[in-house]
Design a protein around this ligand. Structure first.
Ligand SMILES: [Zn+2]
Length: 440
C-alpha cells in the first residue's frame, strides 16, 4: 500500500527546494535545476542524463524501461519560470515556503509542481510495478517560457530518437473549481491556437501637414487596420470547443444543459454567443484574434509621414492555414500601398485525438479520484511545448492534475503563486494511476 500522506509530504519538500533555485527565463539557468532533479532521481535509484543546450542551459532526460510491447509515454515538464515582481509578493518568490498547507513560490503551478508529481509518480511505478509494457520517459526541459530554442526544439533537433513517444503528458489545462460550476472540470488541452506575427507597413508620400494629400501613410495604415480589426467580430465554434461545452452541459440543469450540448446548432450558437463572449478566455476559443501591439508613424508635428507601420499578434484557430489567412487579409485590405512582412509564420498544427487509450484512461482515473468532476477537452488560447510534439505525430495532452479556484489560477504568472499539498498528493496519485494502467 502506498502511504499518500507521506508522498504528499515528500512532494512538498522536494518542490520547496526546487522553487528556491532561480530559473527565471531569461536567462533560464536550467543547468542548476537539471542537476537538482538529477540528484532527486539518483537518490531514488534512477540514472538520468543532462544535455547542455547553451550557456547554463540544460535539459534532463531519464527513461524507466518497460518491455517495449507498447510505445513510450513522455512525461514532459519545463524547469524555467517567468519573472516575479518581488515587491508585490508576500514572501520572497524564491523562498519555497511551506505554510498553511501550501508550497509557495514562482513555478509552483507553472510548472515545477507538476515536474515533482511526475518524478514521484514514475518512482512509485518503478517500485510497485516492475513489469511494464511501456517505457516512461521523463523530460525536464529548458526554455519553455521563451519559445523552446534551448529546450523542446533543441531536444527534437539533437535527440529525437530518445524522446520518441506515443503519448505526451504536458501542462495545458487544470482542474477548475467554481469556473463553470462548483464541481471541478478537468480541462485537458488537446489543441492550441497558432501565433502569427505580422508587420503591416503603409508607404505614402511626405508633405507639409498644412496641405494634406491622399497619400499620408498614417491615414493609409489606419484604414487598413480598421478593416483588419473588424475580423475580431467573426465567431465560430471549433469542434474541440463544442466538445468542451457539451461536457460542461452535463453538469447543468435544463435549459442550460440542453443549450450547451447543442451549441453545434447555429441558432443556439447565435443565441448563446453574447453570453459566451463576455469571458475573454472563452471568447478567444471561438475566433481568430487580432491585436495591434506596436504602432509607429511620423516624428515631426508638421510633416506628413511617408511610412507608417503596425505589428499585429494574430492567434489563429488550430486548423487554419496561416498562409491562406494572410492572403485573405491582403485581399481584404485591397490597397497596393500596404505591404505585409512576416515576423513569425507558424507551421500547421494538429489537434490531438480524443478516442485514444490515454485519454480514456485519464478520464477514468479522474472520475475515480474526484468522482464529482468531469473531464473536458480544451482548445488552449496560449501555446506550450506540446505543439512541437504534435507536429511529430505525438498525441499530446495538457493537464496539470490539480484543482484550482479562480483565485489560485490568477496566481499563475501572477503574484503569490502556490500549490496546495493536497493538490500535490492528488496530482501525483492521478499520474501514478494513469501510468499503472497504461503500462499494464
Ligand atoms: Zn508552463
Amino acid at each position: 500500500m502506498i502511504d499518500w500522506d507521506n508522498i504528499a509530504e515528500e512532494a512538498a519538500q522536494l518542490l520547496s527546494a526546487y522553487l528556491k533555485i532561480k530559473s527565471i527565463n531569461p536567462p533560464g539557468n536550467e543547468q542548476e535545476t537539471a542537476e537538482y532533479l538529477g540528484q532527486c532521481l539518483a537518490e531514488r535509484g534512477m540514472n538520468s542524463t543532462i544535455y547542455p543546450s547553451g550557456e547554463q542551459r540544460a535539459n534532463l532526460l531519464t527513461r524507466l524501461p518497460g518491455d517495449g510491447s507498447k510505445r513510450p509515454i513522455l512525461l514532459y515538464n519545463h524547469m524555467d519560470v517567468v519573472e516575479a515582481d518581488a515587491h508585490r509578493w508576500r514572501d520572497d518568490p524564491y523562498s519555497g515556503a511551506i505554510r498553511d498547507g501550501y508550497v509557495w513560490g514562482r513555478g509552483a503551478l507553472d510548472m515545477k509542481g507538476m515536474g515533482i508529481m511526475q518524478l514521484l509518480a514514475m518512482d512509485l511505478l518503478r517500485q510497485h510495478h516492475p513489469q511494464r509494457t511501456r517505457d516512461i520517459i521523463f523530460l525536464a526541459a529548458a526554455d519553455e517560457e521563451k519559445g523552446g530554442q534551448f529546450g523542446a526544439q533543441w531536444m527534437i533537433d539533437h535527440h529525437a530518437a530518445e524522446i520518441e513517444a506515443e503519448y505526451m503528458w504536458d501542462e495545458g489545462g487544470f482542474g477548475l473549481r467554481d469556473f463553470f460550476d462548483p464541481r471541478p472540470v478537468f480541462t485537458v488541452s488537446v489543441a492550441e491556437k497558432k501565433e502569427v506575427w505580422l508587420k503591416v507597413i503603409a508607404h505614402g508620400e511626405p508633405g507639409h501637414s498644412g496641405m494634406p494629400h491622399e497619400n499620408n501613410a498614417a491615414d493609409i495604415l489606419l484604414r487598413a487596420l480598421t478593416k483588419i480589426m473588424a475580423l475580431n467580430a467573426k465567431f465560430e465554434l471549433h469542434p474541440v470547443a463544442a466538445r468542451m461545452f457539451s461536457a460542461i452541459g452535463s453538469l447543468k440543469t435544463f435549459p442550460q444543459s440542453f443549450l450547451l450540448k447543442h451549441l453545434n446548432n447555429p441558432l443556439i450558437f447565435r443565441l448563446l454567443l453574447p453570453t459566451l463572449k463576455k469571458d475573454k478566455t472563452i471568447s478567444a476559443m471561438l475566433r481568430d484574434t487580432l491585436s495591434i501591439t506596436v504602432l509607429r508613424a511620423g516624428d515631426k508635428e508638421n510633416i506628413i509621414p511617408e511610412r507608417a507601420e503596425a505589428t499585429l499578434d494574430i492567434r489563429l484557430l488550430p486548423d487554419r492555414d496561416p498562409q491562406v489567412f494572410v492572403d485573405q487579409l491582403i485581399k481584404l485590405i485591397g490597397d497596393p500601398r500596404i505591404e505585409i512582412e512576416f515576423l513569425q509564420l507558424p507551421q500547421k498544427r494538429v489537434v490531438t485525438e480524443l478516442n485514444t487509450e490515454f485519454f480514456q484512461t485519464l478520464c477514468e482515473v479522474l472520475h475515480e479520484q474526484v468522482p464529482e468532476s468531469i473531464p473536458a477537452p480544451l482548445l488552449s488560447p496560449g501555446t506550450t511545448d506540446s505543439s512541437f510534439f504534435r507536429q511529430l505525430g505525438v498525441q499530446a495532452y495538457g493537464l496539470v492534475p490539480a484543482i484550482l479556484t479562480p483565485d489560485e489560477l490568477a496566481r499563475f504568472h501572477g503574484v503569490d503563486e502556490r500549490i496546495s499539498i493536497e493538490n500535490l498528493r492528488l496530482g501525483t496519485r492521478i499520474i501514478y494511476e494513469v501510468l499503472v494502467r497504461m503500462c499494464a
